[in-house]
Design a binder for this molecule. Structure first.
Ligand code: MG
Length: 392
């Protein structure tokens, strides 16, 4: 490979910093051209200096001004706002855009990178959930590659190399089951924020950690897989696998199941998305099968984890319903983290929002964003009702 230019949207977050770990270890051949974050200008300043990034962007004006002052005469152009994010995503020197900023600004920047025919390594599953049809359509038009960073989808992407598309029978997504896998149903209402933030296997941001505890994360991943691999939700199965060693599998028409395994370490899927189709030496710790506890698998319990069923429902309906699911969930999780909503109310708020939504089957980007705004407002109202019940 000639020199590969990299841009990271969301460079100070969990995926962003791990991507920089990978770039550090790959050394030659990879150059960081642009880094973008929301507000954490001090962390961004350190990254700009270490990787000599010529461009940096911050969503907030004040943060951008602080970064400019901190960098002084360093050769880095500091950008701000949605425009800055767009510019980082479309720099001509950039071949791979790592997309891990959520929300409308992140989605627009991701679409812009796709339209430029770049490789987009996608870590914000929300982009695919909300606008999967648009993203995949525009990638086909521009020749852009959309590669997964999500560990399950990377596992499927890698396993798919064992056969042809028409030879695939089904995808098997594994789920750790989160911290409440064995908790009795009657305890779900009193789950505290600190308990939900303790994931048994993965170190992740708070929103995705709560999503893993409700299994909403897996619901979003069913939708993500539907778009990435162009497969009906009926042919996507979820299996609980508490050890998180088998990251997901593909079952082929002859009955063969091909899986990708490894210790839970996001640097493996991140690196593969950067270097595919090559595999380069990596620094992630190695799996020693003989030292592993037994690997277990079980069916998910939809009664205790209704979010998963909501994900399948949204995936079957498509259109604006997937954006509504994702947006309502974001609000509910935000309220839960603020101590204003019960854990068990998270899927209830999402379900009620979906029930109230009038589906648009083949929406434009504007219609998707309008559905997203509508869902946030509806979910907020529902959360307030739940809060009144909680404090009553
Ligand atoms: Mg995942």
């Amino acid at each position: 490979m000639t020199q590969c230019g990299i841009a990271i949207l969301g460079s100070t977050g969990s995926i962003g910093t791990q991507t920089l770990d990978v770039v550090r270890s790959l050394a030659n051949g990879h150059r960081v051209w642009g880094l973008a974050a929301r507000t954490r200008w001090e962390a961004l300043a350190g990254q700009v200096r270490e990787f000599a990034a010529p461009f940096a962007a911050l969503a907030e004006q004040d943060a951008a001004a602080a970064l400019k002052t901190r960098l002084g005469t360093a050769p880095c152009e500091v950008l701000e706002g949605d425009e800055g994010l767009l510019k980082i995503a479309t720099l001509p020197e950039v071949h791979v855009v790592v997309s891990s900023i959520v929300g409308a600004a992140g989605l627009k920047a991701t679409l812009a990178a796709v339209d430029q025919g770049k490789r987009v390594a996608i870590a914000n599953k929300e982009s695919l959930v909300v606008a999967g049809t648009l993203l995949m359509k525009r990638a086909r038009a521009s020749g852009a590659e959309i590669l997964p960073i999500d560990s399950e989808h990377s596992a499927i992407f890698q396993s798919l190399r064992s056969g042809r598309p028409q030879e695939v029978e089904k995808l098997i997504l594994t789920a750790s089951g989160g911290p409440f896998r064995t908790l009795p149903r009657e305890r779900f209402a009193d789950i505290r924020v600190e308990e939900a933030l303790k994931h048994p296997n993965w170190q992740m941001g708070p929103k995705i950690t709560v999503d893993s505890a409700t299994l909403m994360n897996k619901a979003l991943e069913v939708i993500e897989a539907k778009y990435l691999f162009g497969i009906d939700p009926e042919r996507i199965e979820v299996v609980i696998h508490p050890q998180s060693i088998v990251h997901s599998c593909v079952q082929f028409v002859d009955g063969s199941v091909v899986a990708q395994m490894g210790l839970p370490d996001m640097r493996i899927p991140i690196q593969y998305a950067l270097t595919h189709p090559e595999r380069l030496p990596g620094t992630a710790p190695r799996l020693d099968l003989a030292k592993q506890p037994p690997l277990a698998f079980e069916a998910p319990d939809l009664n205790r984890f209704p979010a998963l069923a909501l994900g399948y429902r949204a995936a079957r309906l498509g259109g604006t319903m997937e954006a509504v699911l994702s947006a309502a969930n974001e609000i509910a999780v935000e309220r839960f983290l603020a101590g204003a909503l019960r854990f068990s109310d998270i899927p209830a708020v999402v379900e009620k929002t979906m029930d109230a939504h009038t589906l648009i089957a083949d929406p434009s980007l504007e219609q998707i964003l309008a559905a997203d705004r509508w869902a946030r407002a509806s979910a907020r109202t529902l959360c307030q009702l739940c809060q009144k019940e909680k404090t009553a």
